[in-house]
Ligand binder design. Structure first.
Ligand SMILES: [Zn+2]
Length: 254
C-alpha cells in the first residue's frame, strides 16, 4: 500500500490567510500545508481518508482519476467541506462509497442535503453510497479489511482507521486503553500534533510524542499541524528517533 499525504495542516491550513507569522511566510515547501487528508493506493484501488476544502486541488496534484471511496474521521469542515468535488468521480463511476459513523452521516445530510436527496435531484448533483461504520466492526474496502478505532476530540468522538500495519488517527485528544490496544503492532502510525501549547481538543507535541511511545510503531508521522508548531526543519530536530513530521505530498510505502 502507498500512503500519500495530501494535506498535513490544521483547519486553516498553512499559510493562514492574511498572516504575517514567519511560518506562514516560509518559502520551504514543507511549511505549506493543505487541510488534512491521505490517499491510500494499492492494486487498482484508491481511497482517501477525509475530504476537506482542499480536496479538489489534492486530486489534481496527484492526478487521481478514480476514487473508490472516502473514509471520514468526523464531520468538522476541515475534514468534509470538499465533498461536492466528488462530482467528476461520480460522473465517471456512479455513486461514490462513503464510510462514516452514523452521526457524521446525519451531519453531512444536513449540510449537503442535495447529495443525499431521493426526489427532485438537481441535475449534476453527486450521489454517494452510504456505509455506516461502528467502532468495533471491521469493514472491507476493496479487498482489504479496515478496523475502526475510536478516540475523543474533546467531547466529540472521532474514528481512526487501521489497515494491516498502518494506523491513521487525527483530531485526537484522548483515547481509551482498549482502543489503544487495537493500534499496537502497527508499523506506521499517523497521528495529530497541533502545536507546543496545550489545546482543548488536539494533542500538542508533547502529548503526541508520549502517545507515539505508547504505541511503539517503528515509524510515526505527525499531521494536522498548526503554523504555531514552528518551521518544519526546526521541529524535526526535536523529535525522537522514528518520529517524523509529515509534510504535503510525502509518500510512504508499506
Ligand atoms: Zn481537524
Amino acid at each position: 500500500m502507498r500512503i500519500t499525504f495530501l494535506g498535513t495542516g490544521t483547519s486553516q491550513g498553512i499559510p493562514v490567510i492574511g498572516s504575517n507569522h514567519p511560518v506562514c511566510l516560509s518559502e520551504d515547501h514543507k511549511d505549506k500545508r493543505l487541510r488534512v487528508s491521505v490517499l491510500l493506493s494499492w492494486s487498482d484501488y484508491s481511497f482517501v481518508i477525509d475530504c476537506g476544502p482542499d480536496f479538489r486541488q489534492q486530486m489534481l496534484t496527484h492526478e487521481v482519476s478514480k476514487l473508490d471511496g472516502i473514509l471520514f474521521t468526523h464531520e468538522h469542515a476541515d475534514h468534509t467541506a470538499g465533498i461536492d468535488d466528488i462530482r467528476p468521480f461520480f460522473f465517471r463511476q456512479g455513486d461514490i462509497p462513503i464510510y462514516a459513523h452514523e452521526r457524521v452521516i446525519a451531519s453531512l445530510k444536513q449540510r449537503f442535503d442535495y447529495i443525499f436527496a431521493d426526489a427532485n435531484r438537481y441535475p449534476g448533483a453527486p450521489a454517494v453510497e452510504v456505509n455506516l461504520v461502528e467502532k468495533d466492526k471491521p469493514f472491507k474496502i476493496g479487498d482489504t479489511m479496515v478496523m475502526p478505532i475510536e478516540a475523543q476530540h474533546n467531547r466529540l468522538s472521532v474514528l481512526g482507521y487501521r489497515i494491516h500495519d498502518f494506523t491513521y488517527l487525527t483530531d485526537v485528544k484522548t483515547i481509551a486503553d482498549d482502543e489503544l490496544e487495537k493500534i499496537k503492532g502497527s508499523q506506521v502510525l499517523v497521528v495529530n500534533a497541533l502545536r507546543e501549547e496545550p489545546h482543548h481538543s488536539h494533542f500538542n507535541l508533547r502529548e503526541a510524542i508520549s502517545f507515539s511511545e505508547k504505541v511503539g510503531a517503528p515509524k510515526t508521522y505527525f499531521t494536522h499541524i498548526s503554523h504555531l508548531l514552528g518551521f518544519h526543519k526546526d521541529v524535526e530536530k526535536k523529535l525522537p528517533k522514528g518520529v517524523l513530521l509529515a509534510y504535503d505530498n510525502l509518500v510512504v510505502n508499506l
